[in-house]
Design a protein around this ligand. Sequence first.
Ligand SMILES: [Zn+2]
Length: 132
Amino acid sequence: MAQGPYNDIVMDHFRNPRNMGEIEDSNGMAEAGNPVCGDVMRLYLKISDGKITDVRFKTFGCSAAIAASSMTTVLIKGKTIEEALLITNETVGEALGGLPPAKQHCSVLAEEAIRAAVEDYKNKCALHEDRS
Ligand SMILES: [Zn+2]
């Protein structure tokens, strides 16, 4: 009963974040921020053949943001780019068993980071591959 605002799944991901760190040779990277709590998330993707083979994150922010970032990496690892783009902040929130309403925005940066990192990857591909 005497619990904090977060459920066990959120606390688990906050205490033991999955896939935390950087990828040296990532081919898709993006940063997303949220001014409400000052959360900043950096997402690194390693994509090959349209599939996310590795993913890491670095997040500075509140517990909800760290848990959401961690869950995001679990959700998108091994997925295709198309599948990863279907993931929204609601998907992340649900996978975490729900975030307190006041912390909902902290999962939004995860969704933003996925989209921006995939965008970064596509831009890099466009530079490398000349399909004319
Ligand atoms: Zn936050």
